[in-house]
Design a protein around this ligand. Structure first.
Ligand SMILES: Cc1cc2nc3c(=O)[nH]c(=O)nc-3n(C[C@H](O)[C@H](O)[C@H](O)COP(=O)(O)OP(=O)(O)OC[C@H]3O[C@@H](n4cnc5c(N)ncnc54)[C@H](O)[C@@H]3O)c2cc1C
Length: 581
């Protein structure tokens, strides 16, 4: 054993970064690669790993100290060099724009690794599968091309977008209180600080994942994974190459933003959702191409921050997969707030004009002249990454879109190779990915599990929120399913009125014969939270009576679900519906 000084490794251009968390203390026994402390600059936060296993003799830094490459951090009584796999750069740099730039290099002299289960991709599907498999006794290798775990959802999807949407809601709530006698000044928005807060939320969650993986003794390899055989994967990282031999593999490699051809990608004003989340500055005029969930959520953020927003959607309506009735309250509100909401409108051309882009439109509602924008977001859906992982080379069927079809046990056509999450089909949602991750891990571990969720709920966290689950009315009609429906308008909800937001509705669909719930759709503040009651009701096979006869707290938005059921049964007291008993 020898005492050595552990210093800050090469952390790129970062200098004088602040120590914001000490992750070990004097006397701790630590493993090689265990994170010692967390440092933060205005651009990123990073965990500094230990290059050696051993016992911490003395800490040489404290919280708030500023450190740079080479600064001494602690004295370690080091053990013999452990024979561990050294993953590539463990620092958690979180500049998301650089996330898309990792390129593989050819594998030479790889390190061989064996495992029971290999998981490719550490998004919500992959990390859930890896954690569950490890908990069920499997030796797990988790392969992720970026230095942080969490995938799209945690790094550039669900979490950062919801942080910004929360900020947007606070701004618009405050603005609306002006009509009720409380006035504040115009908000002063500091995009740098807002970004820092958003990134802090992301870093907390992704850092937590690394700790959870370590606690489960999962080997995390940072590099690009490509199938090399039916039981082999090559992983090429910045600092290492591995050949992993596995008994079973779970593909959780997710999806990427779809692009429209012919646009000037590379121009600073043209972004996808990752670029829009970066929020470098607030544009005066913004064009959102695509009226789906992601486009409308980002429109909501930029509108609240003060941009003049135009939305162009090429199909007949916004959020095409949602029940039409619940989209209307959103449409009503954004039509008043935004510069324009153009459905049945296609952007045919985007031309550079200095820092701006000039958009040409086509379609029923197209502006007659091209228009100039300071920021253009392309949010036209996501493409599964199935074609880029070498799966087809080992006999896994990948369809023409890049999806990898699976059965109810999440198995591909190659039975010991599973696929989960965005890569195996719609809806591309984080909670579907994690549900499927558990199914795959449990099937591999020999449990009698299969995909049997009755629905995957969907939520657009816009203002108002739009949430739906089960059957939509359009689907019921199309499939010829006999149904009945009821709609409770939030203008009759005491709670909605006290919140100044009566612009919502709760709609239920049920089986004409049995009265069992078939679907629900809700528009309004907090609709995403309210939807869970109806999702549980569907899973439990509840009929309208079960919902109507459950006592709900008053005044609450959850009452609107009960009221909608009471309308269906004709027992509602809070509305007068002529002809009902
Ligand atoms: C802006 C935005 C907002 C969103 N908001 C929501 C929301 O509110 N709620 C919701 O449910 N969903 C939301 N989503 C969708 C959600 O993020 C995805 O459905 C979810 O992340 C899918 O999880 P996944 O595990 O299948 O894949 P991903 O999260 O895409 O993870 C796949 C991982 O695999 C890695 N990978 C890919 N190929 C390789 C390779 N060859 N080698 C190594 N690693 C590889 C990737 O780097 C990535 O980390 C949002 C998406 C976006 C873009």
């Amino acid at each position: 054993m020898k005492t050595m000084e552990i210093r800050v490794p090469d952390i790129g251009d970062f200098k004088e970064v602040e120590v914001i968390e000490l992750m070990v203390k004097e006397g701790d026994e630590i493993r090689k690669d265990q994170s010692l402390l967390l440092v933060e600059s205005d651009k990123a936060s990073m965990e500094i790993p230990s290059p050696q296993a051993g016992k911490v003799r003395k800490m040489l830094v404290k919280l708030g100290d500023k450190v740079s490459e080479g600064s001494a951090l602690l004295l370690l009584d080091a053990e013999e060099a452990a024979k561990e796999i050294v993953p590539e750069d463990r620092s958690r740099q979180s500049d998301n724009r650089s996330r898309e730039n990792t390129a593989p290099s050819a594998a030479e002299n790889p390190t061989f690794v064996e495992c029971d289960t290999l998981v490719l991709g550490a998004g919500p599907g992959g990390y859930t599968a890896a954690f569950r498999a490890a908990d069920l006794g499997q030796k797990v290798v988790l392969v992720e091309r970026y230095p942080v775990l969490g995938g799209v959802c945690l790094n550039v999807g669900c979490i950062p977008s919801k942080a910004l949407l929360h900020a947007a809601k606070v701004i618009s709530d405050v603005q609306e209180m002006a009509h009720h006698g409380i006035r504040y000044g115009k908000p002063e928005i500091d995009p740098v600080q807002l970004n820092r807060w958003k990134q802090g939320v992301v870093d907390k969650l992704t850092g937590g994942l690394s700790a959870l993986a370590r606690a489960r003794k999962i080997t995390v390899l940072h590099g690009i994974g490509q199938f090399a055989g039916t039981h082999e994967m090559d992983v090429t990282g910045k600092n290492g190459q591995w050949r992993v031999q596995f008994k079973n593999a779970i593909i959780a490699a997710g999806s990427s933003a779809a692009k429209l051809p012919g646009f000037p990608y590379g121009h600073a004003a043209l972004v996808d959702s990752t670029g829009a989340l970066q929020l470098d500055s607030i544009p005066e005029k913004m064009l959102v191409i695509g009226g789906g969930i992601i486009g409308l959520e980002m429109a909501c953020v930029y509108d609240a921050l003060g941009a003049k927003v135009t939305v162009a959607e090429f199909s007949d309506g916004l959020i095409p997969s949602a029940d039409r009735d619940v989209v209307l309250p959103l449409l009503d509100r954004i039509k008043k707030r935004y510069e324009a909401v153009l459905v049945r409108t296609r952007v045919t051309k985007l031309e550079e004009d200095g820092k701006r882009l000039i958009a040409t439109f086509d379609g029923n509602n197209a502006p007659s002249e091209p228009l100039a924008f300071d920021l253009v977001l392309v949010a036209v859906g996501r493409r599964p990454n199935g074609a880029s992982i070498g799966a087809d080379r080992v006999g896994v069927f990948v369809d023409e879109h890049g999806f990898i079809p699976v059965n109810r046990r999440q198995q591909t056509n190659v039975p010991h190779i599973y696929a989960i999450g965005d890569i195996c089909g719609e809806p591309m949602l984080a909670h579907k990915a994690s549900y499927e991750g558990k199914v795959a891990a449990e099937v591999i571990a020999g449990l009698k599990t299969e995909y049997d969720a009755m629905t995957v709920p969907s939520v657009a966290y816009t203002d108002p929120e739009i949430a739906w689950m089960g059957l939509t009315e359009e689907q019921a009609v199309k499939q010829g399913i006999p149904y009945e429906k009821s709609v409770f308008p939030w203008s009759a909800s005491g709670r909605a009125l006290t919140m100044g937001r009566p612009d919502g509705l709760t709609k239920l669909l049920w089986d004409k014969k049995t009265g069992r719930l078939l679907g629900a759709a809700i528009a309004g503040t907090g609709a995403g939270e309210l939807l869970s009651e109806t999702t549980l009701a569907l899973e439990m096979g509840c009929a309208l009576e079960d919902i109507a006869l459950t006592v709900h707290p008053h005044p609450s938005l959850s009452e609107t679900v009960m009221f909608a059921a009471e309308i269906g049964l004709g027992t509602i007291a809070d509305l007068y519906i002529p002809g009902k008993k």
